[in-house]
Design a protein around this ligand. Structure first.
Ligand SMILES: C[S@@+](CC[C@H](N)C(=O)[O-])C[C@H]1O[C@@H](n2cnc3c(N)ncnc32)[C@H](O)[C@@H]1O
Length: 236
């Protein structure tokens, strides 16, 4: 018998369609206030030591929607900068009813204080590397609290993999920014594949521009996801 072979592109857009659809219809009234907050964050650039790129609107809503759908309680992020991604995920947790959600986020070249979000905490590690942040989280975590989502918008360091492995829940969702060409998202993915972190995971490529247009996003997104097989349910 032949198998039903689904291409990575079709599979990825199927997953993203479900993610964007779930938030667009359920959380439509949240969209305007969400993007007002996102625009205001651009004003923080003046206080940057290292003024660099931030995520586009399609990625910000994609992260928000991913958080709303999977409902992680504890998130780790590499690459805070002006906080569009940190705030998008914190709002996703708060708006989906997660109580006392936490986003831990580091940036080794910036010290930009982010605004606070009601019902979610953003714990910043300014001027600190990912390894420094992960070591601090481990040291302050005697009860072995697990993290169920990460967003990498910086380059993982060699020492990060073991630390991450110790902090992850078995169904951790990975979101990787800059997943194109040989940019950092792809490099992080290649390096993670060499570890045990991604056994039993599906790669979800960034959403295609055509799909984004269906949800009224006219910029692009380079956010890829790694979703554990256990998070997929087939009908029937
Ligand atoms: C592209 S910016 C992040 C943009 C941010 N996510 C946003 O939405 O505004 C990446 C930042 O991460 C920092 N960075 C890169 N690798 C890092 C690492 N391993 N540890 C800490 N910071 C890192 C860079 O210096 C830079 O300031």
């Amino acid at each position: 018998m032949e198998k039903l072979l689904m291409s990575s592109r079709n599979f990825s857009d199927l997953v993203w369609r479900q993610i964007y659809e779930s938030s667009t219809y359920k959380l439509l009234e949240k969209k305007d206030p969400f993007f007002k907050i996102m625009s205001a964050l651009d004003n923080l650039r003046v206080s940057a030591d290292y003024n660099t790129g931030s995520i586009p609107s399609a990625s910000a809503w994609g992260l928000y929607a991913t958080t709303c759908l999977f409902k992680p309680c504890n998130i780790i992020e590499i690459g805070t900068f002006i906080g569009r991604s940190s705030i998008a995920m914190a709002l996703g947790m708060a708006d989906s009813g997660i109580k006392e959600g936490e986003v831990h986020t580091c940036d080794f070249s910036n010290d930009i204080k982010l605004p606070s979000i009601e019902n979610a905490s953003i714990i910043q590690y300014p001027m600190q590397s990912s390894t420094m942040m992960l070591e601090k989280i481990v040291a302050a975590n005697p009860d072995g609290k697990k993290f169920d989502m990460v967003h990498f918008d910086g380059r993982l360091q060699k020492s990060d993999y073991d630390l991450l492995n110790g902090l992850r829940s078995p169904d951790m969702i990975f979101a990787l920014d800059d997943f194109e060409g040989m940019e950092k998202g792809v490099i992080n993915y290649i390096n993670m594949k060499k570890t045990k972190l991604l056994d039993s995971y599906q790669l979800v490529l960034p959403p295609s521009p055509l799909l984004l247009r269906d949800f009224d996003f006219h910029d692009s997104s380079s956010t890829a996801l790694l979703v554990p097989n256990s998070s997929f349910l087939l009908p029937g």
